[in-house]
Design a protein around this ligand. Structure first.
Ligand SMILES: Nc1ncnc2c1ncn2[C@@H]1O[C@H](COP(=O)(O)OP(=O)(O)OP(=O)(O)O)[C@@H](O)[C@H]1O
Ligand SMILES: [Mg+2]
Length: 143
C-alpha cells in the first residue's frame, strides 16, 4: 500500500505503470485527482496506466475535447484544462455538475490552471522531468 504524502524518483515508464497500479488501490469512486506538470511529463500516460486497472483501454489526451469519459469496472472522467482560456468554458460544458458525481473517478490534467474551481478534497500529483524516462512524482492528499 502506498503511503502519502509520497515523493518518488521514477526511472522508467514501467515504474510509472507500477505507481499508477499502486495508486489505483487507494482511490475510491468519487475521488478527484489533479495532475500537474509541464508538457510531456507523463500525466496522460499515468491516467492511461491507471485506467487499465478498470479494464479501460481507450484513454487518450482530452486536450482538444476538454473531457473524455470512459466506462469500465469504474466510470472515469478525464479532463484537461490546458486549452481552456476562460473559466466560463468549463461552466458551459457542465463542470459543476460533473464534479458532483459520486460514482466516478475524476482526473484533471493541468488542474492548477484553474485551481479555484477544484474542490478542497482531492489528490494532487505533480510530475517533473529529470531526464529521459526519469521523473520525480509527488502525491499529496488534501482533505
Ligand atoms: N517514466 C515515464 N513516465 C511517463 N511517461 C514517460 C516516462 N518516460 C518517458 N515517458 C514518455 O513521456 C511522454 C509523456 O506524454 P504524456 O502525453 O503522458 O504527457 P502529458 O504530461 O500528458 O503532456 P501534456 O501536458 O501535453 O498533456 C510519453 O511519450 C511517454 O512515453
Ligand atoms: Mg496530457
Amino acid at each position: 500500500m502506498i503511503e502519502l504524502p509520497l515523493r518518488k524518483i521514477i526511472n522508467s515508464e514501467d515504474d510509472t505503470t507500477i505507481l499508477a497500479n499502486e495508486f489505483s488501490k487507494i482511490v475510491e469512486l468519487s475521488d478527484i485527482i489533479c495532475l500537474n506538470g509541464n508538457l510531456g511529463t507523463g500525466k496522460t500516460f499515468f491516467v492511461k496506466e491507471f485506467c487499465k486497472n478498470y479494464k479501460i483501454n481507450n484513454v487518450n489526451s482530452p486536450s482538444f475535447s476538454i473531457v473524455n469519459e470512459y466506462f469500465g469496472d469504474a466510470n472515469i472522467l478525464h479532463f484537461d484544462f490546458y486549452r481552456i482560456k476562460k473559466i466560463e468554458e468549463l461552466f458551459d460544458i457542465g463542470f459543476n455538475e460533473y464534479i458532483l458525481r459520486n460514482d466516478t473517478i475524476i482526473f484533471i490534467e493541468w488542474a492548477n490552471m484553474f485551481q479555484e474551481i477544484i474542490p478542497k478534497k482531492h489528490y494532487e500529483i505533480n510530475i517533473k522531468i529529470i531526464d529521459d524516462a526519469k521523473r520525480e512524482f509527488t502525491i499529496n492528499k488534501h482533505e
